[in-house]
Design a protein around this ligand. Structure first.
Ligand SMILES: Nc1ncnc2c1ncn2[C@@H]1O[C@H](COP(=O)(O)OP(=O)(O)OP(=O)(O)O)[C@@H](O)[C@H]1O
Ligand SMILES: [Mg+2]
Length: 243
């Protein structure tokens, strides 16, 4: 799915957070949004998901104006958004139900997704009995189950330790390759942006224009020397590398 932001203004209570942003997520790409804290990354994702209407400008999903949320456009958050009283299996089945998967196919399909994210055997666990990384795997399965045509991810790995985070990044890329969809991925982490993104958009501080829009050479694995690109992103971020 193509997601198009055309000259959009987003504000809360009259103060502009995003002014006149033009940005497109191309079909099947991973577009990373990064930028300083408070610059409006989550706000842009909420608008793309249809949770927030722009003051002006247009948001189009495959040419159609985005007015509400849709099962075509899923949202995955950083914090645990699983239903605590439902098991892993039942959380994933719910996503399939909302996506319109027939009842008779849900159990089997949910098991496949749970296996894809490496959680076979944990189907009957409640979220509270899982580690943070495991919960994030369930969220990934839930976000991608039902084959949404676009997925918005808001710092989904932000709360994980470095090792778990690295394995989740790999899992995301593998899962996305197996089930291609347009992804808009928000992160603070420059290395995560370089690893995951096909393109990286660096947003300016609230109300300022886009600072940079960079292509990441593919295939990702062949990107032996990221240092030049890394410097470009850091320069655009205009923040100390080790604050
Ligand atoms: N519901 C709201 N009502 C009023 N102001 C809000 C609301 N949500 C966000 N803001 C303001 O909008 C600005 C952008 O917030 P947003 O959450 O989009 O930033 P962000 O780039 O995602 O930041 P972070 O990197 O810290 O997650 C901030 O100044 C924030 O205070
Ligand atoms: Mg945010």
């Amino acid at each position: 799915m193509t997601l198009q932001l055309s000259d959009i203004v987003l504000s809360y209570g009259g103060s502009p957070i995003i002014s006149r942003l033009d940005l497109q997520a191309r079909p099947g790409e991973i577009l990373v949004l990064t930028g300083p804290s408070g610059c409006g990354k989550s706000t842009v994702l909420r608008a793309l998901a249809g949770l927030l209407r722009p003051d002006s400008g247009e948001i189009l999903a495959d040419g159609q104006p985005v007015r509400t949320t849709s099962r075509d456009r899923a949202l995955v958050f950083q914090d645990n958004a699983l239903l605590p009283w439902r098991t892993v299996q039942s959380n994933v089945e719910l996503a399939l139900k909302l996506a319109g998967t027939p009842r008779s196919e849900r159990a089997e399909e949910a098991r496949r997704w749970i296996a894809d994210v490496g959680l076979s055997g944990f189907e009957h666990y409640l979220p509270k009995s899982l580690s943070g990384g495991m919960r994030q795997r369930v969220q990934l399965a839930r976000g991608l189950a039902g084959a949404p045509r676009a997925v918005m991810m808001d710092e989904p790995f932000g709360a994980l330790d470095t090792q778990t985070r690295t394995s989740m990044q790999k899992l995301l890329i593998d899962t996305w390759r197996a089930h291609p969809t347009t992804v808009v991925f928000v992160t603070h982490d420059v290395d995560e942006a370089l690893l995951i993104g096909d393109r990286i958009a660096v947003l300016g501080r609230a109300g300022q224009p886009l600072r940079a829009l960079l292509d990441v050479p593919t295939p990702r694995e062949a990107l032996a020397d990221r240092s030049a690109l890394r410097s470009e992103v850091i320069a655009a971020l205009d923040t100390p590398e080790f604050p």
